[in-house]
Write a protein that binds this ligand. Structure first.
Ligand code: GUN
Length: 292
Protein backbone atom coordinates (compact mmCIF):
# COMPACT_ATOMS: atom_id res chain seq x y z
CA UNK A 1 0.00 0.00 0.00
CA UNK A 2 1.22 3.52 -0.69
CA UNK A 3 2.20 6.13 1.84
CA UNK A 4 -0.85 8.35 2.34
CA UNK A 5 0.40 11.93 2.47
CA UNK A 6 -1.67 13.35 5.31
CA UNK A 7 -2.32 17.01 4.54
CA UNK A 8 -4.44 17.50 7.65
CA UNK A 9 -1.68 16.33 9.98
CA UNK A 10 1.03 18.26 8.14
CA UNK A 11 -1.06 21.43 8.09
CA UNK A 12 -1.63 21.07 11.85
CA UNK A 13 2.14 20.81 12.37
CA UNK A 14 2.71 23.93 10.25
CA UNK A 15 -0.02 25.85 12.09
CA UNK A 16 1.71 24.93 15.36
CA UNK A 17 5.05 26.19 14.06
CA UNK A 18 3.45 29.42 12.79
CA UNK A 19 1.66 29.96 16.14
CA UNK A 20 4.98 29.66 17.99
CA UNK A 21 6.68 32.17 15.69
CA UNK A 22 3.75 34.57 15.91
CA UNK A 23 4.00 34.48 19.71
CA UNK A 24 7.74 35.10 19.39
CA UNK A 25 7.19 38.12 17.11
CA UNK A 26 4.65 39.58 19.53
CA UNK A 27 7.03 39.04 22.48
CA UNK A 28 10.21 40.35 20.83
CA UNK A 29 8.89 43.14 18.58
CA UNK A 30 5.36 43.86 19.86
CA UNK A 31 4.10 43.08 16.34
CA UNK A 32 0.94 41.03 15.77
CA UNK A 33 0.80 39.86 12.15
CA UNK A 34 -2.36 41.10 10.42
CA UNK A 35 -4.15 39.72 7.36
CA UNK A 36 -6.91 41.71 5.65
CA UNK A 37 -9.27 39.83 3.37
CA UNK A 38 -11.56 41.38 0.78
CA UNK A 39 -14.66 39.55 -0.42
CA UNK A 40 -16.64 41.16 -3.23
CA UNK A 41 -20.12 39.73 -3.73
CA UNK A 42 -21.80 36.74 -2.14
CA UNK A 43 -20.47 33.70 -3.96
CA UNK A 44 -21.22 30.90 -1.44
CA UNK A 45 -17.94 29.02 -1.93
CA UNK A 46 -15.86 32.21 -1.66
CA UNK A 47 -17.77 33.22 1.47
CA UNK A 48 -16.89 29.91 3.14
CA UNK A 49 -13.25 30.09 2.00
CA UNK A 50 -12.79 33.60 3.38
CA UNK A 51 -14.49 32.76 6.66
CA UNK A 52 -12.24 29.70 7.08
CA UNK A 53 -9.11 31.73 6.31
CA UNK A 54 -10.15 34.21 9.00
CA UNK A 55 -10.68 31.40 11.52
CA UNK A 56 -7.30 29.86 10.64
CA UNK A 57 -5.68 33.22 11.44
CA UNK A 58 -7.37 33.45 14.84
CA UNK A 59 -6.17 29.95 15.72
CA UNK A 60 -2.50 30.92 15.32
CA UNK A 61 -2.67 34.44 16.77
CA UNK A 62 -2.76 36.33 13.46
CA UNK A 63 -5.20 39.25 13.49
CA UNK A 64 -7.63 39.05 10.58
CA UNK A 65 -10.12 41.54 9.20
CA UNK A 66 -12.69 40.58 6.60
CA UNK A 67 -14.24 43.36 4.53
CA UNK A 68 -17.23 42.55 2.34
CA UNK A 69 -18.26 44.72 -0.58
CA UNK A 70 -21.45 44.17 -2.57
CA UNK A 71 -21.27 42.51 -6.01
CA UNK A 72 -22.17 45.93 -7.43
CA UNK A 73 -18.99 47.56 -6.05
CA UNK A 74 -16.99 49.39 -8.72
CA UNK A 75 -13.43 48.56 -9.69
CA UNK A 76 -12.35 51.91 -8.24
CA UNK A 77 -13.98 51.10 -4.90
CA UNK A 78 -12.14 47.77 -4.75
CA UNK A 79 -8.87 49.45 -5.66
CA UNK A 80 -9.40 52.18 -3.06
CA UNK A 81 -9.84 49.50 -0.39
CA UNK A 82 -6.58 47.78 -1.40
CA UNK A 83 -4.73 51.11 -1.49
CA UNK A 84 -5.91 51.96 2.03
CA UNK A 85 -4.54 48.61 3.24
CA UNK A 86 -1.26 49.17 1.38
CA UNK A 87 -0.82 52.35 3.41
CA UNK A 88 -1.75 50.77 6.76
CA UNK A 89 1.30 49.50 8.69
CA UNK A 90 -0.82 47.18 10.84
CA UNK A 91 -1.79 45.23 7.70
CA UNK A 92 0.98 42.79 6.77
CA UNK A 93 -0.95 40.64 4.31
CA UNK A 94 -3.67 41.45 1.79
CA UNK A 95 -5.88 38.84 0.14
CA UNK A 96 -8.51 39.67 -2.46
CA UNK A 97 -10.67 36.59 -2.85
CA UNK A 98 -11.09 35.46 -6.46
CA UNK A 99 -13.07 35.33 -8.64
CA UNK A 100 -14.12 38.97 -8.68
CA UNK A 101 -17.40 40.02 -10.34
CA UNK A 102 -17.02 40.13 -14.13
CA UNK A 103 -17.12 43.93 -14.43
CA UNK A 104 -13.91 44.20 -12.36
CA UNK A 105 -10.49 43.76 -13.97
CA UNK A 106 -8.89 41.14 -11.73
CA UNK A 107 -5.36 41.79 -13.00
CA UNK A 108 -5.63 45.52 -12.31
CA UNK A 109 -6.77 44.82 -8.74
CA UNK A 110 -4.00 42.27 -8.12
CA UNK A 111 -1.40 44.70 -9.53
CA UNK A 112 -2.53 47.28 -6.98
CA UNK A 113 -1.59 45.10 -3.98
CA UNK A 114 1.78 46.06 -2.49
CA UNK A 115 4.01 43.10 -3.52
CA UNK A 116 5.42 43.04 0.05
CA UNK A 117 1.88 42.33 1.32
CA UNK A 118 0.87 39.99 -1.50
CA UNK A 119 0.55 36.81 0.58
CA UNK A 120 -1.27 35.03 -2.27
CA UNK A 121 1.82 35.54 -4.46
CA UNK A 122 -0.34 36.62 -7.41
CA UNK A 123 1.28 40.02 -8.11
CA UNK A 124 3.42 40.07 -11.29
CA UNK A 125 6.44 41.12 -9.18
CA UNK A 126 6.13 37.97 -7.07
CA UNK A 127 5.44 35.81 -10.14
CA UNK A 128 8.62 37.25 -11.69
CA UNK A 129 10.68 36.73 -8.53
CA UNK A 130 9.53 33.11 -8.38
CA UNK A 131 10.56 32.65 -12.02
CA UNK A 132 14.15 33.83 -11.41
CA UNK A 133 14.57 32.27 -7.96
CA UNK A 134 14.33 35.38 -5.76
CA UNK A 135 12.53 35.44 -2.41
CA UNK A 136 9.04 36.87 -2.84
CA UNK A 137 5.82 35.13 -1.98
CA UNK A 138 5.10 31.68 -3.40
CA UNK A 139 1.38 31.08 -4.12
CA UNK A 140 -0.06 29.00 -1.29
CA UNK A 141 -0.96 25.82 -3.20
CA UNK A 142 2.43 25.29 -4.92
CA UNK A 143 4.08 26.20 -1.60
CA UNK A 144 1.95 23.56 0.15
CA UNK A 145 2.92 20.92 -2.42
CA UNK A 146 6.63 21.73 -1.93
CA UNK A 147 6.21 21.36 1.85
CA UNK A 148 4.50 17.98 1.39
CA UNK A 149 7.34 16.70 -0.77
CA UNK A 150 9.98 18.03 1.64
CA UNK A 151 8.40 16.79 4.84
CA UNK A 152 7.69 13.33 3.42
CA UNK A 153 11.31 13.14 2.19
CA UNK A 154 10.23 12.68 -1.42
CA UNK A 155 13.29 13.31 -3.58
CA UNK A 156 12.73 15.60 -6.56
CA UNK A 157 16.32 16.10 -7.71
CA UNK A 158 16.94 14.25 -10.97
CA UNK A 159 13.34 13.03 -11.06
CA UNK A 160 10.82 13.50 -13.83
CA UNK A 161 7.82 15.49 -12.64
CA UNK A 162 4.75 15.83 -14.85
CA UNK A 163 2.48 18.72 -13.89
CA UNK A 164 -0.99 18.49 -15.44
CA UNK A 165 -2.49 21.98 -15.60
CA UNK A 166 -1.00 25.35 -16.49
CA UNK A 167 -2.89 27.82 -14.30
CA UNK A 168 -1.13 30.93 -13.02
CA UNK A 169 -2.03 29.90 -9.46
CA UNK A 170 -0.81 26.29 -9.44
CA UNK A 171 0.53 24.61 -12.59
CA UNK A 172 2.90 27.26 -13.92
CA UNK A 173 4.47 28.33 -10.60
CA UNK A 174 4.84 24.75 -9.37
CA UNK A 175 6.54 23.68 -12.61
CA UNK A 176 8.98 26.60 -12.33
CA UNK A 177 9.73 25.89 -8.66
CA UNK A 178 10.42 22.21 -9.26
CA UNK A 179 12.73 22.95 -12.19
CA UNK A 180 14.89 25.35 -10.17
CA UNK A 181 18.33 24.33 -8.99
CA UNK A 182 17.48 24.03 -5.29
CA UNK A 183 15.83 21.64 -2.91
CA UNK A 184 13.04 20.72 -3.40
CA UNK A 185 13.53 21.13 -7.14
CA UNK A 186 16.21 20.22 -9.66
CA UNK A 187 13.63 18.06 -11.41
CA UNK A 188 12.99 17.53 -15.11
CA UNK A 189 9.54 19.02 -15.52
CA UNK A 190 6.91 18.43 -18.19
CA UNK A 191 3.74 20.50 -18.28
CA UNK A 192 0.61 18.93 -19.81
CA UNK A 193 -2.59 20.86 -20.48
CA UNK A 194 -5.78 20.87 -22.53
CA UNK A 195 -3.69 21.16 -25.69
CA UNK A 196 -1.76 17.94 -24.94
CA UNK A 197 -3.09 15.21 -27.27
CA UNK A 198 -2.19 12.23 -25.06
CA UNK A 199 -1.62 13.14 -21.41
CA UNK A 200 -1.11 9.50 -20.34
CA UNK A 201 1.84 9.17 -22.72
CA UNK A 202 3.64 11.75 -20.52
CA UNK A 203 2.33 10.88 -17.06
CA UNK A 204 3.29 7.20 -17.54
CA UNK A 205 6.94 8.28 -17.69
CA UNK A 206 6.70 10.41 -14.52
CA UNK A 207 8.28 9.71 -11.15
CA UNK A 208 5.98 12.35 -9.64
CA UNK A 209 2.60 13.39 -11.09
CA UNK A 210 0.85 16.56 -9.96
CA UNK A 211 -2.67 17.03 -11.28
CA UNK A 212 -4.14 20.52 -10.96
CA UNK A 213 -6.92 20.61 -13.51
CA UNK A 214 -10.27 20.38 -11.70
CA UNK A 215 -11.62 17.39 -13.64
CA UNK A 216 -12.82 14.38 -11.68
CA UNK A 217 -11.42 11.06 -12.90
CA UNK A 218 -8.82 12.65 -15.20
CA UNK A 219 -5.95 10.54 -13.83
CA UNK A 220 -6.66 6.81 -13.98
CA UNK A 221 -4.54 3.76 -13.13
CA UNK A 222 -3.55 3.70 -16.80
CA UNK A 223 -1.90 7.14 -16.41
CA UNK A 224 0.74 6.10 -13.87
CA UNK A 225 3.56 3.65 -13.65
CA UNK A 226 4.16 1.44 -10.61
CA UNK A 227 5.75 3.35 -7.74
CA UNK A 228 4.92 6.87 -8.90
CA UNK A 229 4.16 9.65 -6.40
CA UNK A 230 0.74 11.20 -7.05
CA UNK A 231 -0.21 14.67 -5.82
CA UNK A 232 -3.85 15.57 -6.42
CA UNK A 233 -4.57 19.30 -6.37
CA UNK A 234 -8.05 18.97 -7.88
CA UNK A 235 -11.08 19.80 -5.76
CA UNK A 236 -14.31 18.80 -7.48
CA UNK A 237 -17.77 18.44 -5.98
CA UNK A 238 -19.71 15.58 -7.54
CA UNK A 239 -23.31 14.48 -7.02
CA UNK A 240 -23.80 10.82 -6.15
CA UNK A 241 -26.67 8.58 -7.30
CA UNK A 242 -28.53 9.21 -4.02
CA UNK A 243 -28.40 12.98 -4.57
CA UNK A 244 -25.75 13.71 -1.92
CA UNK A 245 -22.53 15.49 -2.89
CA UNK A 246 -18.94 14.59 -2.26
CA UNK A 247 -15.51 16.24 -2.71
CA UNK A 248 -13.14 14.39 -5.00
CA UNK A 249 -9.89 15.17 -6.74
CA UNK A 250 -8.68 14.76 -10.33
CA UNK A 251 -7.33 11.30 -9.53
CA UNK A 252 -9.36 8.08 -9.50
CA UNK A 253 -8.01 7.40 -6.01
CA UNK A 254 -9.28 3.82 -5.55
CA UNK A 255 -7.72 2.67 -8.82
CA UNK A 256 -4.49 4.71 -8.64
CA UNK A 257 -3.51 4.29 -4.95
CA UNK A 258 -2.51 0.58 -5.21
CA UNK A 259 0.01 1.45 -7.97
CA UNK A 260 1.46 4.57 -6.28
CA UNK A 261 4.31 4.72 -3.77
CA UNK A 262 2.76 7.81 -2.16
CA UNK A 263 -0.49 9.67 -2.80
CA UNK A 264 -2.48 12.60 -1.45
CA UNK A 265 -6.17 12.06 -0.63
CA UNK A 266 -9.00 14.49 -1.40
CA UNK A 267 -10.19 15.85 0.95
CA UNK A 268 -7.37 15.97 3.49
CA UNK A 269 -4.44 16.37 1.10
CA UNK A 270 -3.34 19.56 -0.63
CA UNK A 271 -6.38 21.63 0.48
CA UNK A 272 -5.42 22.03 4.17
CA UNK A 273 -1.83 22.73 3.13
CA UNK A 274 -2.95 25.66 0.97
CA UNK A 275 -4.67 27.17 4.00
CA UNK A 276 -1.64 26.59 6.24
CA UNK A 277 0.77 28.22 3.79
CA UNK A 278 -1.34 31.39 3.73
CA UNK A 279 -0.62 31.67 7.46
CA UNK A 280 3.08 31.06 6.84
CA UNK A 281 3.15 33.75 4.13
CA UNK A 282 1.40 36.25 6.41
CA UNK A 283 3.90 35.53 9.17
CA UNK A 284 6.75 35.95 6.68
CA UNK A 285 5.34 39.31 5.56
CA UNK A 286 5.22 40.52 9.18
CA UNK A 287 8.75 39.27 9.94
CA UNK A 288 10.14 41.01 6.82
CA UNK A 289 8.40 44.23 7.87
CA UNK A 290 9.84 43.94 11.39
CA UNK A 291 13.35 43.63 9.94
CA UNK A 292 13.04 46.76 7.78
N1 GUN B 1 -9.96 31.71 -5.09
C1 GUN B 1 -9.70 30.39 -5.18
N2 GUN B 1 -8.48 30.13 -4.67
C2 GUN B 1 -7.97 31.30 -4.26
C3 GUN B 1 -6.74 31.68 -3.63
O1 GUN B 1 -5.86 30.87 -3.38
N3 GUN B 1 -6.60 33.00 -3.36
C4 GUN B 1 -7.56 33.91 -3.67
N4 GUN B 1 -7.31 35.18 -3.37
N5 GUN B 1 -8.71 33.60 -4.24
C5 GUN B 1 -8.90 32.30 -4.53
Amino acid sequence: MPTIIDGNALAATIRGEVAEKVADLVATHGITPGLNLLLVGEDPASTVYVRNKGKDCENVGIRSTIVRLPATATEDEVIACVQAWNADDSVHGILVQLPLPKHIDEHRVLRTIDPEKDVDGFHPVNAGKLMIGLDGFIPCTPYGVLEMLTRYNIETSGKHVVVVGRSNIVGKPLAMLLAQKRSPGNATVTICHTGTPDIAEHTRRADIIVSAVGMHGLITADHIRDGAVVIDVGINRITLADGTTKLVGDVDYAAVAPKASAITPVPGGVGPMTRAMLLQNTLTAAIRKARQ
